[in-house]
Ligand binder design. Structure first.
Ligand code: PSV
Ligand code: MN
Length: 424
C-alpha cells in the first residue's frame, strides 16, 4: 500500500505549527543545524527482505496479518516505509528466501519506489527442499569438499542475482561451528572456510565488496567458525582489499565493548557493514535503540569519528542495514522505530564537540570527556529528524501517519490474515 502525496501533506500541515516551534528552539541551540540536516537526509538504512513479516522463536510464531507473500509485496512495504521516513531507500535480499525471478521487473519496481539494492545475503545455514547435500554439519567448513563446493556455488549464484539488480556487495554469514567438544578440528574448519571464502572472493566482480559477518554463538553452541571480530578480521585480511568485516550488534558475548571493536576495525580499514538491532541477552533481534540507546550513540560516535579520520562518506562508504525480528509488534511499525533510533543516534554523534573531547582526552580530564559525550546524548534531536523528513518529502511523524492511515488494516484486507512471509 502506497500513500497519496495529499495524505502526507495533510498530516504535515496538521503538525506543522507544533513542529516549527520545537525545531526553531533546537536550531537556535546548535552550531551547524543545516550541516546535520543534510547528513540526515543523505543517510539511508537498508531494510532486509526477511523482516517484513512477523518473526518468531522456536517456541512459536504469531502472525499479525497482512504479511507480504511475494518479493513484490515486500518491496511495496519497503516503498511505504521510505515514503514515510525517506530514510529506508534500500533493500537487502536474502537468497533463496527472496529470489528475483524477473530481475528486470523487480528493478523497475524498485525504481518506482525510489529504492536501491544493498548487500545480497547468501544462506548456507538451512537446507532447501531440492538441495543435494546437507549443511547439518556446516557449509564452508565441512569435512566433505563436495558440501563446501555447493556452498561456494550458492554464493556465486547470489552474486549473479545481485549483479542483475545493481547491488555491489555480498554478506556471508556462516552458521558453521560445532555443538560439542571433539566434534570439529578447529584448524581444519578454519582452513576449509578460508579456502571456500577465497573461491567466492575470486568470483567477486571488480567493484564488489564481500562482508564476513561474525557471531559468537547460535545455532552452534560450543564453537563458531567465524565467532568474533578477530576471526572475521583474520579471514578478511587474508582474502584481500575487497573483503571487510560486518558487525551485527547482536552477535557478541554479553557486555562486549562494541564501540571499541568498531573503532579498531575502522582504523584497520576493515569495517564494511553493519546490522542494527538491540538485545538484552543474546542475539535478541529487538528494535534498535529499545534497550541500550546510549551504547548505540557511543557506537555512532566511534563510527563518525573513525570515518571522518579517513575522509569517508557517512552515507555510502559503509553498508547500513537493520537485522531485527518482530515477534510482538507490527513489523512496519517496528522498522519505523528502528530507523528513527538509528538516525537519532547518528545525529547525536554528529553533535559531539570532537575538538573539545580530544582536548579533554589530551588533558586526562575524564569528567569533562564524559560531560561532552552526555551533553550530545541528552539533546533531544527528534525535531531535527522531523525537519529532515519534511524537507525530503516524508512525514513529520511517520508512525502516527501509519496508524492514522490504517495501513495494517488495509494490508490485512488486501492480503489476508494468514499470509506468511519468507524468512526465519
Ligand atoms: C544471523 O543471526 C543473521 O544476523 C545473519 O545476518 C542472517 O543473514 C540474518 O541474521 C537472518 O537470519
Ligand atoms: Mn545479521
Amino acid at each position: 500500500m502506497i500513500l497519496n502525496k495529499s495524505q502526507i501533506d495533510a498530516h504535515n500541515d496538521k503538525g506543522l505549527a507544533r513542529h516549527k516551534k520545537s525545531f526553531d528552539y533546537i536550531a537556535g541551540e546548535l552550531v551547524d543545524t543545516e550541516g546535520v540536516i543534510k547528513k540526515l537526509v543523505d543517510f539511508q538504512v537498508a531494510i532486509p527482505s526477511w523482516a517484513l513479516g512477523n518473526g518468531g522463536t522456536r517456541f512459536g510464531r504469531f502472525s499479525g496479518g497482512g504479511e507480504p507473500a511475494t518479493l513484490e509485496e515486500k518491496m511495496e512495504d519497503i516503498g511505504l516505509l521510505h515514503q514515510l521516513n525517506r530514510s529506508s531507500g534500500a533493500v537487502s535480499l536474502h537468497i533463496p528466501w527472496d529470489i528475483p525471478e524477473d530481475a528486470k521487473a523487480i528493478k523497475s519496481l524498485a525504481a518506482d519506489f525510489d529504492l536501491k539494492f544493498d548487500a545480497m545475503n547468501s544462506n548456507t545455514f538451512q537446507d532447501q527442499k531440492d538441495q543435494a547435500l546437507s549443511y547439518k554439519f556446516g557449509s564452508m567448513q565441512h569435512v566433505d569438499k563436495a558440501v563446501r563446493q555447493q556452498a561456494i556455488d550458492h554464493n556465486i549464484e547470489v552474486i549473479k542475482y545481485g549483479q542483475e539488480l545493481g547491488s555491489a556487495s555480498l554478506t556471508v554469514w556462516l552458521a558453521d561451528g560445532s555443538c560439542f567438544p571433539g566434534q570439529l578440528n578447529f584448524r581444519n574448519a578454519f582452513n576449509n572456510t578460508l579456502e571456500s571464502l577465497q573461491a567466492v572472493y575470486a568470483a567477486l566482480p571488480e567493484d564488489w565488496k564481500i562482508f564476513v559477518e561474525y557471531k559468537a554463538f547460535e545455532p552452534n553452541f560450543y564453537s563458531t567458525t567465524v565467532g568474533d571480530w578477530g576471526q572475521s578480521l583474520l579471514y578478511t585480511s587474508k582474502l584481500g582489499d575487497k573483503a571487510y568485516t560486518l558487525v551485527d550488534l547482536g552477535h557478541h558475548l554479553p557486555n562486549a565493548n562494541i564501540e571499541q571493536i568498531v573503532a579498531l576495525l575502522l582504523n584497520e580499514k576493515k569495517l564494511g557493514g553493519f546490522h542494527f538491532n538491540d538485545s538484552k541477552y543474546g542475539d535478541d533481534d529487538l528494535t534498535v535503540g529499545s534497550i541500550k540507546p546510549y551504547q548505540l550513540f557511543l557506537i555512532f560516535r566511534e563510527l563518525v569519528d573513525g570515518m571522518d579520520a579517513r575522509g569517508m562518506n557517512h552515507a555510502t562508504d559503509l553498508g547500513w542495514m537493520i537485522d531485527a525480528s518482530h515477534n510482538v509488534k507490527d513489523p512496519l511499525e517496528d522498522l519505523l522505530q528502528s530507523v528513527e533510533a538509528i538516525l537519532l543516534a547518528y545525529a547525536q554523534a554528529l553533535l559531539v564537540d570532537a575538538k573539545a573531547l580530544s582536548e579533554a582526552q589530551q588533558n586526562n580530564d575524564v569528567a569533562l570527556a564524559q560531560e561532552i559525550l552526555q551533553t550530545a546524548f541528552r539533546t533531544d534531536l527528534r525535531p531535527l529528524l522531523a525537519e529532515a523528513r519534511l524537507r525530503a518529502g516524508g512525514a513529520l511523524q511517520p508512525l502516527q501517519l501509519y496508524r492514522d492511515a490504517n495501513v495494517r488494516k488495509e494490508l490485512i484486507n488486501k492480503r489476508g490474515a494468514v499470509t506468511v512471509a519468507t524468512g526465519l
